[in-house]
Design a protein around this ligand. Structure first.
Ligand code: CMP
Length: 140
């Protein structure tokens, strides 16, 4: 089925000048960028986005990192977009990421891991609505 997923190119990858390289991988895999914008998240913005992780020990560091520089948030659309994006990203920890994945090629650590992608259809709908209004999304 055609799905939508929320992608974030994190501060480390933006700093590395890798926005184009990463978006290019999505497009080459058949995903379409149907919304995108650059944002500088506050700690509160990041905290709200990652509220599901509030009780985790890494929550504070995660929110600090995600608000340490600009990010690129995008909506990707395509056949099986959620799993396709996760396959392209590779494992959360770059040490475990398969060769050729975005995290293997661009991530430095489990915190500075280059990209985020929605993990389910329910999460994707919520994450997309966190950053985008309907007017900002341009489906085919
Ligand atoms: P992301 O897919 O953006 O979702 C939550 C983020 O928390 C994750 O990527 C990692 O960057 C970060 N994180 C830090 N430590 C951990 C951990 N132990 N398990 C999962 N995520 C972690």
């Amino acid at each position: 089925a055609v799905e939508r997923t929320l992608s974030i190119i994190k501060p480390d990858a933006v700093q590395k000048n890798a926005i184009g390289a990463i978006l290019g991988r999505f497009e080459a895999a058949g995903l379409r960028v149907i919304a995108t914008k650059m944002l500088y998240l506050s700690q509160e913005d990041a905290g709200g986005f990652y509220a599901v992780h509030k009780a985790r020990p890494f929550y504070g560091e995660l929110c600090a990192f995600m608000s340490s520089g600009p990010v690129l948030v995008s909506v990707l659309e395509g056949e099986g977009a959620i799993l396709k994006n996760r396959d392209l990203m590779g494992a959360t920890n770059p040490k475990d990421a398969a060769p050729g994945t975005i995290r293997a090629d661009f991530a430095d650590s489990i915190d500075a891991n280059a990209v985020h992608g929605s993990d389910s259809a329910e999460t994707a709908a919520w994450e997309i609505s966190y950053f985008f209004s309907q007017r900002e999304i341009f489906s085919r």
